[in-house]
Design a protein around this ligand. Structure first.
Ligand SMILES: *Cc1c(COP(=O)(O)O)cnc(C)c1O
Length: 399
């Protein structure tokens, strides 16, 4: 069961995954996006780039991460043997560093000296500021003014590493407004600026590029699982915000038709309220942030504010490749509420001594539901996308 060469050629040359994806960009960005795509195609074949990227992942970020058999959790669930892919053990505490290291190396190749990013909870901002500090590049992070207040710890972290954090006062003062501001900056400063997008979303080629940088998660997990179990897992499980940790895990298994993939969206206060982030389950087709995908929108087609207890899942869109997996039924997308996620967090803390991020806790919480429908002795790999230290203030009221 060697990892076959991917037969899947998606996205197509226009950046489409089935009917999703594409490049819906202002004219001023078309040239720089074409240039980026050319660069990305070149680095895909470039052994020197691959070596350089792998060396930073290993020496700086701490790869490979462990695939850990959760013995007590598995005993508790009875039908499921659970393996945790420990992205929480990476430098900065989550999978996001895989992507920002990859993109900063692309930026250097393109001779860009100024890095911009937008961030909601601040985690992508921190991962970007980290990578920028590592290479001494100027870094500007746009963040909704509301989020600056709510996530002050991450603002301090970014500033400590030399990034400039710009609070965005327009609209709802959250992630989507910060996104608009980052694009505005990019349009004005394309010559020297590289825009680091934090998930498998955005204008083509970003969704493919971010997927490729994150796909190390699944490549490692597949090999590690085969070495331990001498077969492939029955299930893959990951939380879905924009979808980068899930796609990172799923991608290497795309052609393994026996492996079932499950993405977990945030149901917030419930999918029948207006306060959730269940984009694939409750959204409709639309264009956001440069690509066609599923989005949460109101009756006028305006973007609806998303909600989740997990700031990193609180995003009204989802990457186009997930919309394609959903549409083609290659993956199943389920939901977990805020309340269930907290129970998931407590379960892993008590049974394994691992405190997961609130985002990740959605995937953990779904294990209980999966256990009740899975056949005996089923196996599952869960992407443990991040550690929960950042969430301690928020969950202190539930302890
Ligand atoms: C940001 C974040 C997520 C959600 O982003 P994806 O692109 O969907 O992976 C999930 N888990 C953690 C720990 C995060 O920081």
């Amino acid at each position: 069961m060697k990892n076959k060469v991917m037969k899947q050629l998606l996205p197509d040359k226009n950046g489409y995954y089935g009917s999703f994806g594409g490049r819906f960009a202002p004219e001023t960005l078309m040239a720089v996006l074409a240039q980026l795509e050319k660069q990305y195609q070149a680095i895909k074949k470039d052994k020197t780039f691959k070596k350089e990227f792998e060396s930073y992942l290993k020496e700086y970020a701490g790869r490979p991460t462990n695939l850990y058999f959760a013995r007590r959790l598995s005993a508790h669930l009875k039908t499921l043997k659970v393996y945790l892919k420990r992205e929480d053990l990476l430098h900065t505490g989550a999978h996001k560093i895989n992507n920002t290291l990859g993109q900063i190396l692309v930026a250097r190749r393109m001779g860009k000296t100024r890095i911009i990013a937008e961030t909601g909870a601040g985690q992508h901002g921190v991962a970007t500021a980290t990578a920028a500090a590592l290479f001494g590049l100027k870094c500007i992070v746009y963040m909704g003014a509301e989020d600056v207040k709510r996530q002050s710890l991450n603002v301090y972290r970014m500033k400590l590493m030399g990034a400039q954090v710009i609070p965005v006062e327009s609209g709802s003062k959250t992630l989507k407004d910060a996104m608009n501001e980052a694009v505005r900056d990019w349009v004005t400063n394309v010559a020297d600026t590289f825009y680091i997008i934090g998930s498998v979303a955005g204008f083509h080629p970003y969704p493919a590029m971010v997927r490729d940088f994150q796909s190390v998660i699944g490549r490692e997990a597949r090999q590690q699982f085969l070495a331990k179990e001498n077969k492939l897992p029955n299930y893959l499980l990951a939380c879905v915000g924009g979808g980068s940790n899930a796609m990172g895990l799923f991608h290497a298994f795309y052609n393994d038709k026996t492996v079932k993939m499950i993405g977990v969206e945030a149901a917030g206060h419930g999918v029948d309220t207006h306060e959730h982030s269940a984009t694939l389950n409750k959204g409709a087709v639309g264009v956001l942030h440069g690509s066609k995908s599923m989005l949460l929108q109101d009756n006028d087609g305006q973007i609806q504010i998303a909600h989740s207890i997990a700031a990193g899942l609180d995003y009204p869109g989802v990457g186009p490749e997930h919309a394609f997996y959903h549409d083609s039924k290659r993956a199943e997308y389920v939901t977990i509420t805020d309340k269930e996620a907290i129970e998931g967090l407590k379960l892993l803390a008590r049974l394994e001594g691992i405190i997961p991020a609130l985002e990740t806790s959605h995937a953990i919480a779904y294990l209980q539901k999966l256990a009740s429908r899975a056949k005996k002795n089923s196996t599952v790999i869960v992407c443990l996308s991040g550690r929960g230290d950042k969430d301690m203030n928020q969950i202190s009221q539930f302890i």
